[in-house]
Structures are given as structure tokens and as C-alpha cells.
Write a new protein. Structure first.
Length: 308
């Protein structure tokens, strides 16, 4: 009988990490797809963001209505609506608007740079809640950061290549900051409202934020008429937006938020593989070494008891 709690905890950890990895894989593939859409300037970042979250909400709202019990199919308190609005604007409009803007000028791998410091930011933001964490978890995120820098080719045999950073990378930095705030502080509302309901309504407000930004800029929400463009937009809406956001918001039910955030380190590796397969961007042996370093850091991160 004493083995049952340990088995239950192990099963929960597997579920949580599986949900997190699902989100990371979808987001890793998102980077080269987003870069492909931004490359020729036919789609504005704000219009792409609007359609991404508008189409995602059209899928998520009926699903949440079917899955949630009566009375819990939408936020009912003013505070819950305000939270969905705030997190939609921060985790969707700000995060993706800045990311898509960056992808007009930076490569797929540089675009995934936002993943490189999000885990550390999340741990710092959560410290008042979790209290001090074991040294091995801090060492794991630093080791994971080192591996990510290799994957992103910010560090090569020629040294540190910080001179490659530009205004697009600053947009990515701000995008990552927005995502760290979303990841660290959304948990109370995903727990109370349910991950599906929270994700659906935050997507609605995220789309509204993009629509307002387009109106203020005097732009248009129109997309090119090619089926290929709409296919990529639909993938970004129903994969990296609807499915990945739901999985990311559901995972903290099973694992601590700081452990979930650590999985961000694998997104650049997925982006590198997707960029190699889809766009022919080369993968070097140093990037492979970086992935091995990240795997070692993940083993260190998940060893021992969890907190928070």
C-alpha cells in the first residue's frame, strides 16, 4: 500500500511532462512556419496574430462548452473575466505580436531565443511562492541555458556571437518576458476555471488585442488568398495556439510550474530540427552537443522530490 502514493506521483509526473512536451513540440515547429509566413512581407504580424487566436478560439469555445460542467463553461466573476483578458493580452497579444514582429528580420533559431531565459525568469518570479529551491534545480537551468546557447549557435568554436543580436532579438526578449509572466502567474485561474475554459477565453481576448492593434496602426486583417497561406495559418491556430496552450495550461495540475518551464529549453532543438527539415537550415555538431547538455540538465532537474 505504501507504494501507491509514489506510483500516483510518478503517473502525475508522466502526464504533466507529456502535456508540456506536446506544447513544446508544437511551439518548436511554430518558429520555422512563422518565419516562412513573415519572410516575404505579405502578412503583417498583427493580422497573423489575430487570425491565429480567432481561429483557435472558434475551436476552443465549443470544446470547452462540451467538456465543462453546466455553470462552469465561461468565467462568471468579473475578476475571472479580467484575468482572462489580462493573460490573453500578455500571453497572446504581447508575446506573439512581438515574436511575429521579430520573425520579419531574424532566423528561425534566433526567434526561438525567447526560450533561453524563460525558465530562469519563471523560477525568479515564483520564488516568493515556492520558497528556496534546491541548488541542483538552479544549476540545471543554468546548464540548460548553456545547452540552448549551443543549439541557437550563440556560442560556437569561434566564441560568443552576441554581435549577431539586433532589434529583432530585443523584440524576442520582450516576448519571452511576457511569456514568463503568463507561465508563472496563470495557474490560479487555470485551476479555478479549468484549463480548457481559461485557454478558450484568453484566446478570445488575445484575438481582440490583435484586432485593436491593427485598427490603431491603420492596417488590415485581410490575409492572402492562397490555400497554402491559409493552411499554415490554420496550423498555427489549431496546433501551437489551441492545442499547445491548452496542454501548457493543463500540465501544472500534475507538475510544478518551474519544472514545466524548464521544458522550454527543448523548443530551440525542435525548431532546429524543423528548420532543417522544412527550410534547409543546417544543423551542426555543436547544436547536437547542446541538445545532449539540455538532456543532462533535464535529468538533473527532475531528480529528487519536487516542490511548488
Amino acid at each position: 500500500m505504501e507504494h501507491f502514493p509514489a506510483m500516483k506521483a510518478a503517473s502525475a509526473a508522466i502526464k504533466g511532462h507529456a502535456l508540456g512536451i506536446l506544447a513544446i513540440v508544437l511551439w518548436g515547429v511554430m518558429f520555422p512556419v512563422g518565419t516562412e509566413l513573415m519572410a516575404d512581407g505579405r502578412i503583417s504580424p498583427m493580422a497573423l496574430g489575430f487570425w491565429r487566436y480567432a481561429l483557435a478560439s472558434l475551436a476552443l469555445l465549443p470544446l470547452s462548452a462540451l467538456a465543462a460542467p453546466p455553470g462552469k463553461r465561461c468565467p462568471r466573476r468579473a475578476g475571472d473575466f479580467a484575468a482572462c483578458a489580462a493573460f490573453g493580452l500578455v500571453g497572446a497579444t504581447a508575446m506573439c505580436g512581438l515574436l511575429f514582429k521579430a520573425q520579419e528580420t531574424v532566423s528561425s533559431l534566433n526567434a526561438s531565443l525567447l526560450e533561453a531565459y524563460v525558465p530562469i525568469l519563471v523560477m525568479l518570479l515564483l520564488r516568493p511562492v515556492t520558497g528556496p529551491l534546491p541548488w541542483r534545480k538552479w544549476f540545471a537551468v543554468v546548464l540548460g541555458l548553456a545547452g540552448t546557447m549551443l543549439v541557437l549557435q550563440a556560442v560556437t568554436l569561434d566564441g560568443v556571437r552576441l554581435s549577431r543580436l539586433g532589434i529583432g532579438d530585443f523584440h524576442i526578449f520582450l516576448s519571452g518576458l511576457s511569456w514568463a509572466v503568463y507561465t508563472a502567474f496563470a495557474r490560479p485561474w487555470t485551476k479555478r476555471l479549468g484549463s480548457l475554459v481559461f485557454t478558450a477565453w484568453s484566446a478570445v481576448f488575445g484575438a481582440a488585442g490583435f484586432a485593436a492593434a491593427v485598427k490603431l496602426q491603420g492596417g488590415t486583417l485581410a490575409l492572402p488568398g492562397e490555400w497554402r497561406i491559409w493552411g499554415m495559418v490554420a496550423f498555427l491556430a489549431w496546433g501551437p495556439a489551441a492545442c499547445a496552450y491548452w496542454a501548457w495550461n493543463a500540465a501544472p495540475k500534475y507538475i510544478p510550474v518551474h519544472s514545466l518551464a524548464f521544458l522550454e529549453y527543448f523548443a530551440p532543438a525542435v525548431a532546429a530540427l524543423a528548420a532543417w527539415l522544412g527550410r534547409g537550415e543546417p544543423v551542426t555538431w555543436l547544436q547536437v552537443l547542446g541538445l545532449l547538455v539540455i538532456l543532462a540538465a533535464a535529468r538533473l532537474q527532475t531528480g529528487g522530490p519536487e516542490k511548488g
